[in-house]
Design a protein around this ligand. Structure first.
Ligand SMILES: N[C@@H](CCC[C@H](N)C(=O)O)C(=O)O
Length: 279
């Protein structure tokens, strides 16, 4: 079966977008793994099926039909589902603004498995209203012989944030870090975070289902929450988050509309074409 695809990235967290406005495709785990394979397939950290909320029976999309025309059906590179992707939703927004009947001058609501996310487009990037964060009990993360205390933050998906003096402490991150399976029954995304200056941090991330990636939007939000709580920092300060693939801005705000995280960063579309998928 031949399908069309668009390849894009946000701070080098890269995705294969599969346009499926009318919900005709069922993507199996093997097909997602093939699309994400960097040698045998197209290569990506994840797949985003772009489908109208009224053309899929995913319960999250059905619930949000009144609020959003489009649904982000996100899969990790190993084929597993995730609730949310902060970099991917910006890339999806850029795709809709350039390929669908979407006006980038107006806020764009997108339905996700973590709830509604609204995008606003500006010259210097796309901002996603990521909603609030939930901070849970302290947890523990291990790599090889080392282990660290970590902050459990949910930003639509699960994160463990480890504050370190040096990002190299995490080693090569070729294997998933060890985590408490009771705290994270569905697996976890792990961020190693260090301070660079006032309201400025840097991080590396090991993503659930994808391995170490060059950026993670939900992870950058979780990292800012953990850093701000540790520093007892006042809300509404814009944080700069350096990731291997670029720079993101995160503001944890309690202004107009209540407690929420605003994530700003670039989105780039690099290629589009056709690909043959085995059934
Ligand atoms: N890279 C994404 C997060 C993608 C999903 C994650 N791996 C998970 O399984 O929760 C981001 O930019 O937020």
């Amino acid at each position: 079966m031949e399908i069309s695809f668009v390849k894009g990235h946000g701070t080098e967290n890269d995705f294969v977008l599969v346009p499926d406005a009318n919900g005709r495709l069922e993507l199996g785990e093997d097909q997602v793994r093939f699309l994400c394979d960097r040698r045998a397939g197209l290569g990506a950290d994840g797949v985003i099926r772009v489908v109208r909320t009224d053309a899929t029976d995913d319960p999250a999309a059905v619930e949000q039909r009144e609020q959003a025309e489009w649904f982000m059906d996100y899969r990790n590179a190993d084929g597993s589902l995730s609730q949310m992707c902060g970099n991917g939703v910006r890339v999806l927004g850029l795709y809709l603004a350039t390929h669908a009947d979407v006006d980038p001058r107006s806020p764009l609501p997108i339905a996700t498995r973590a709830g509604l996310r609204t995008l606003t487009f500006a010259e210097d990037g796309i901002t996603v209203d990521m909603g609030g964060a939930t901070v849970l009990a302290e947890t523990k993360i291990g790599v090889g012989e080392r282990s660290w205390p970590a902050t459990h933050v949910e930003t639509g998906n699960p994160h463990a944030v480890v504050l370190v003096d040096d990002l190299a402490e995490a080693g090569d991150l070729l294997e998933p870090p060890a985590y408490d399976a009771q705290a994270y029954p569905g697996g976890v995304n792990v961020e190693f975070v260090t301070r660079r200056g006032e309201a400025h941090i840097a991080m590396r991330v090991h993503e659930r289902g994808s391995g170490e990636t060059r950026s993670c939007g939900t992870g950058a939000c979780a990292a800012v929450v953990a850093a701000m709580l540790t520093d007892d920092a006042a809300r509404n300060t814009a944080y700069t988050v350096d990731v291997p693939g670029g720079t993101l801005q995160v503001t944890w705000t309690d202004e107009a509309g209540g407690d929420r995280l605003l994530l700003t960063g670039p989105a780039v579309l690099v290629a589009e074409g056709l690909v043959e998928l085995a059934q």
